[in-house]
Write a protein that binds this ligand. Structure first.
Ligand code: HIF
Length: 288
């Protein structure tokens, strides 16, 4: 491993093959029956998104370039609770492929997790450089799940996304679950939290949702099984007319969801990165 990368002697120019090897190693790490629903995939997706979602288009600060979540205070921000699990998981890959930056590794790992969980191909390119603690973003740039549409728009417009893209990204909550010892919320959004599908949108529209009666933070539960959850920010997508339009489009058409999700998520991972090259790689999934 790493052979290709060092072949050029002196100057390190990893090839697509080298990144595919990193992808393959990430893919191999994801499944684990002792963890959550049997996969680290969801928490790895959340790491890639939280590393990227700090971007502010006006000041051009934040974003995945820098991988500043390695450092306090960013690692200690409430929104990042639990992401040490994902960062530690990827440490072994970094040791095996020391030439890759953490910032490229975290975003590539998120792409691998999405593809391995049955999601669309997300074209990805390298070029992120790790920064130091001085580039940590201030707390409060990531969304607050107790809020609704006004807050969602403020947060995602700041990154440069529009309403359709906010709804397309949100389908990633088909994956994973909330943990009481991380965010305080509890439970998964769908019945198949390790498979990316448009189920999130279908459930939002088709299930009846009510406030969960408990001592934890305000969240919704499905009335029929009481085993699924929605955050106030998730429910805002069906309350708001403009958002709801897109929830309906994606609930009806998984291919459309995959296309628009891949575009928006791919862009999220690139926010604020000064790339030198245009070329993007489409990685082979282990099931290809
Ligand atoms: Fe999440 N998200 N997210 N999220 N998120 C959680 C978990 C995951 C928001 C809040 C939460 C996106 C947007 C928003 C994933 C992926 C994405 C949790 C639970 C909360 C509270 C954390 C825990 O307790 O472990 C809010 C308010 C968002 C604005 C809409 C993105 C679109 C959906 C950008 C996105 O890709 C994933 C995956 C998880 C599951 C993590 C896990 O460990 O299983």
């Amino acid at each position: 491993s790493g052979a290709q990368a060092s072949k050029t002697g002196g100057v390190l120019t990893p090839t697509k093959d080298d990144f595919q090897k990193v992808y393959n190693d990430v893919a191999e790490l994801l499944e684990n029956n002792d963890y959550d629903d049997g996969s680290y995939g969801p928490v790895v997706v959340r790491l890639g998104w939280h590393a990227s979602g700090t971007y502010d288009k006006d000041t051009k600060t934040g974003g995945s370039n820098g991988a500043t979540m390695r450092f306090a205070p960013e690692s200690e921000h409430g929104a990042n609770a639990g992401l040490k699990t994902a960062r530690d998981l990827l440490e072994g890959i970094k040791k095996k492929h020391p030439w890759i930056s953490y910032s490229d590794l975290w975003t590539l790992a998120a792409v691998a997790a999405i593809q391995e969980m049955g999601g669309p191909k997300i074209p990805w390119r390298p070029g992120r450089k790790d920064g130091d603690v001085s580039a940590c973003t201030p707390d409060g740039r990531l969304p607050d799940a107790t809020k609704e549409q006004k807050h969602l728009r403020a947060i995602f417009y700041r990154m440069g996304f529009n309403d359709q893209e906010i709804v397309a990204l949100s389908g990633a909550h088909a994956l994973g679950r909330c943990h009481t010892d991380r965010s305080g919320f509890d439970g998964p959004w769908t019945f198949s939290p390790t498979m990316l599908t448009n189920d999130y949108y279908k459930l939002l529209l088709e299930e009846k949702w009510a406030w969960k009666k408990w001592n934890g933070p305000k969240q919704f539960e499905d009335v029929s099984t009481k085993s699924l959850m929605m955050l106030p920010t998730d429910m805002a997508l069906v309350k708001d007319k403009e958002f709801r339009k897109h929830v309906e489009r994606y609930a009806k058409d998984n291919d459309l969801f995959f296309r628009e999700f891949a575009d928006a998520f791919g862009r999220l991972l690139e926010l604020g990165v000064p790339f030198e090259k245009e070329e993007k790689f489409v990685f082979k999934s282990t099931t290809d």
